[in-house]
Design a protein around this ligand. Structure first.
Ligand SMILES: [Zn+2]
Ligand SMILES: [Zn+2]
Ligand SMILES: [Zn+2]
Length: 251
């Protein structure tokens, strides 16, 4: 299984429009962050996408993704779903309905916001692109064990995913005790680290490090980063913890 960080940036992306801070002006390509998303390439060559970020098109072109075989949705904030239309290109090529998975709440919101994606639009000759499945319990997908992990995201919730020994926990500021039990013995943990300053719906770097210290993965990556954080700051993180960057590959 190979994992690619498609996007490591917060909802505004980095650089942020209108900003001239040191990180937004940085020439380090690792400080250029598209909206948070992940690609898992299974041993059988299937591509599992986590979220359809606002930057999906640019991410798919950059990584030369040839097809999307399934999508796991974490929640329905705009930065995680608004690239959903960019799946149409894949559909033109492979003509298959792309299965997507999420909680009852997430799937319900997607169906309400993007009805044409799931039902098509006959009057305009628009074929449906996706098929939705509610998945709140562990399931098998292309030979991978996928475990949805309920997370607290400020006043709302999101879903992390454990895929075999890798866990992806974006957009969260707390992990319920029951979810912690799903995260034992991780090889890799990719977790929301946002920025230094505290935030009501995201872990900041300090609180993400507390989670990492508790879960003890072999390797941990911080993602969903804002322009408060320069990639080079990552050198000050504890051993085994790194800042994620766009295009980073985890084998
Ligand atoms: Zn987000
Ligand atoms: Zn900035
Ligand atoms: Zn969010």
């Amino acid at each position: 299984m190979k994992t690619i960080i498609l996007g490591s940036g917060t909802s505004t992306g980095v650089p942020m429009v209108g900003c001239h801070c040191r990180v937004c002006r940085s020439t380090d390509r690792r400080d250029r962050r598209t909206r948070t998303s992940l690609l898992i390439r299974t041993d059988a060559g299937k591509n599992i996408l986590i979220d359809t970020s606002t930057d999906l098109r640019i991410q798919a072109l950059r990584e030369q993704i040839g097809s999307i075989d399934a999508v796991l949705f974490t929640h329905t904030h705009a930065d995680h779903v608004n690239g959903i239309d960019d799946l149409r290109g894949f559909h033109f090529i492979h003509k298959r309905l792309i299965p997507c998975y999420g909680t009852t709440d997430t799937i319900g919101r997607l169906l309400a916001t993007f009805p044409y994606i799931f039902k098509g639009l006959e009057t305009e000759g628009y074929a449906p692109l996706m098929e939705a499945f509610v998945s709140e319990a562990p399931f098998d997908l292309f030979g991978c064990r996928v475990t949805p992990v309920p997370l607290v995201h400020g006043p709302t919730s999101s879903t992390g995913y454990r895929i075999n020994d890798l866990a992806y926990l974006t957009d969260c500021n707390a992990i319920p005790e029951q979810s912690l039990t799903l995260l034992a013995g991780l090889e890799t943990l990719i977790i929301d680290g946002l920025r230094y300053t505290p935030h009501p719906s995201h872990f900041n770097i300090e609180s993400a490090l507390e989670v990492i210290a508790r879960l003890q993965p072999r390797r941990a990556l911080l993602t969903h980063l804002t322009h408060e954080v320069a990639h080079l700051d990552g050198e000050r993180l504890p051993a085994g913890v790194e800042l994620a960057y766009d295009g980073m590959v985890i084998e």
